[in-house]
Design a protein around this ligand. Structure first.
Ligand code: ADP
Ligand code: MG
Length: 229
């Protein structure tokens, strides 16, 4: 389980000290889909970077199964990231003139097999196509396949549908929902409606802090507490 306790991140620029994350405390579930909402600049990407071990907080703890990732050495943090974390970004960071297969395998170890994960994401027919021969939604599936290849138990997605049309975005959210049956999926989005439709929990941030958290009600999954009269 992943638990953030008082996570803080400041950046020192020439002119000032920026509080990107002021105080973020939240216990993420082991599995499920958690959405992070909030205005641009409120600290969402900073938070994902900390959760993924890509960056270290200036204060606070990030407990993964009780161990503080924030206190790990750089090497141990890299091991944590490699073993547990998959990352999906808005700009998909794929190599456009390589094939789907080559892209999925790009960071994978010797002998990795792209087929099971490609099948899971419905892109097995596309393995030998180049990225520039895919639609935006297909390309985003490739990014997710790459992130999942190492069997990540934490999938972090930073505005994964930001460059997609609404219908394709919806497809990706449904896919992330499916994937969250077996792992924790944390998704930053501006799409409040999808967050409330698909999220098991929604965290709304403001100025580096949590403004509100909403838990989907277990029964139907459609309503978030905030929507109740
Ligand atoms: N490397 C950095 N140096 C200085 N300020 C930064 C850096 N990264 C982010 N920030 C600042 O931290 C705040 C939060 O940024 P970010 O986490 O990217 O927000 P969001 O993803 O919610 O748009 C913003 O004010 C941003 O300008
Ligand atoms: Mg961001």
């Amino acid at each position: 389980m992943l638990e953030a306790i008082g996570l803080q991140k400041t950046f020192q620029t020439k002119a000032e000290r920026v509080f990107a994350l002021r105080e973020f405390t939240y216990a993420f579930p082991e599995k499920g889909l958690v959405f992070i909402l909030g205005k641009s600049g409120c600290g969402k990407t900073t938070l994902l970077n900390l959760l993924g071990g890509l960056d270290v907080p200036t204060a606070g703890q990030l407990l993964y199964n009780g161990e503080d990732v924030a206190a790990f050495s750089a090497r141990r943090r890299e091991e944590y990231r490699a073993a547990h974390v998959g990352i999906v970004l808005q700009q998909n960071n794929l190599f456009f003139d390589l094939t789907v297969r080559e892209n999925i395998l790009f960071c994978a170890g010797e002998g990795a097999d792209p087929e099971p994960v490609a099948r899971q994401l419905g892109i097995e027919e596309l393995l030998d196509r180049r990225i520039n021969e895919l639609s935006g939604g297909q390309a985003q599936r490739v990014t997710i396949a790459r992130a999942l290849l190492q069997d990540a138990d934490i999938l972090l997605c930073d505005e994964p549908t930001g460059n997609l049309d609404a219908a394709t975005g919806e497809e990706i959210f449904r896919l992330l929902k499916e994937l969250s049956a077996d792992r924790l999926v944390v998704v930053v989005t501006h799409d409040r409606q999808s967050a409330e439709t698909y999220g098991d929990a929604v965290v709304r941030m403001r100025a580096g802090k949590i403004e509100q958290t909403m838990q989907a009600d277990g029964s139907g999954g459609e309503a978030c507490a905030e929507d109740e009269p």
